[in-house]
Design a protein around this ligand. Sequence first.
Ligand SMILES: Cc1cc2nc3c(=O)[nH]c(=O)nc-3n(C[C@H](O)[C@H](O)[C@H](O)COP(=O)(O)OP(=O)(O)OC[C@H]3O[C@@H](n4cnc5c(N)ncnc54)[C@H](O)[C@@H]3O)c2cc1C
Length: 381
Amino acid sequence: MIYDAIIIGSGVAGTSAAYFLVKGGKNVLLLEKERLPRYKTCGGGVISRISDILPYEIEPVVDVKMFTADIFDHENNISFHVKRDEPIINMTMRESLDYFMLEKAREENAIFKSEEIVTDINQNSEYVEVVTEMGKYNARFVIAADGASGITVRKLGLQNNYKKIPALENEVYVENNQYEEHSKTARFDFGFVPAGYAWVFPKKEHLSIGLFTMNGSNVSLRKYLNEFITKLGIKDIKEEKKHGYFLPLYKKSEFTKGRILLVGDAAGLTDPITGEGISYAIESGKCAAEAIVHGSNDVDTVIKNYQKNLKGIVTELRYAKFLALFVYASPKLRKFAFKRYGKKLSELMTDVITGRNKYSKLMKDPLNYLKLFRSAKSLSQ
Ligand SMILES: Cc1cc2nc3c(=O)[nH]c(=O)nc-3n(C[C@H](O)[C@H](O)[C@H](O)COP(=O)(O)OP(=O)(O)OC[C@H]3O[C@@H](n4cnc5c(N)ncnc54)[C@H](O)[C@@H]3O)c2cc1C
């Protein structure tokens, strides 16, 4: 049998792709190496833009809706409070979110096989063969949704298409009074860890506390995370589960090879400023699925469709990459910008997160360039 599509990985990218493919009338096999539900190292903060992409609500798996965010700038010792009438971020645990999205795809008749590790992929001009430890499957197209350390990019020789940024996440269970103190808002701390930020994302009964750095192996992330937890005044930890993984930041726009389409982390689609990847994973899964659904089984048409569908994401990430240089590569400029425009920047960032604004729109405004240029100039004098 030849499936219309095989999807490797049932994270948010894979389950999104599966849903839109079956909705489009395609027969789909979704392969996952783990047994679901499974823990996934992630802050689980889902930005509200997601409701523009998914046709169903994720409400049943939202632990906490965050209408406020506190942005701390440790270099100037100031903080900014932002508030919106709609949730800025929905806090989830990924084992629940991914399983919920899987069930949505299965309700539409996607075939799912768990605990099947894909070990090899071969393709010819007619179809792709996917090899697992249990057997071999064929499909007209494969969607690689196997994350930042998946087998597909290695097999296709595309592992240098993105840079891997280390990130840590601790699931921290504290006493009630400390949970109450930290569970009212989403917290983002800049200038605490070099070239990155730390966060506190409250969940139903605990706090997800993590950080990342663009400086890679030069920084002891574990040391910074311990210091951050101390700085928060968190003591008497009842239980702490420590995890680490990577954020993939794309360098090259090479999202296909033959009949294989890369989505989500496998394509390196994470925001280089916030580390946010869930919405890009879900959106790219949808883009790949729609490319196949409207591609009349023709490889060139499917590839062309996918590149066209991804254009919005790629443009956003290009602008974000440019802005990230100002946020992370130049501490002096960041310090100046936060001091001078901290409140405005926090509001703008919140607008991007909620989907009311875009990096591309911000940077297309010549006045914004001018402000950055002026700031840089005044610092160099
Ligand atoms: C510490 C940290 C915190 C983060 N916090 C946030 C956040 O708060 N908000 C946000 O938006 N983003 C966050 N991100 C980014 C986000 O986690 C990713 O962008 C997102 O998980 C990408 O989803 P995905 O479906 O592409 O990949 P994944 O979620 O990694 O899913 C890949 C799936 O493929 C499976 N798989 C892998 N190899 C195989 C194989 N050989 N065979 C079969 N199956 C396989 C895996 O088991 C997994 O289920 C964070 C990342 C990190 C590291």
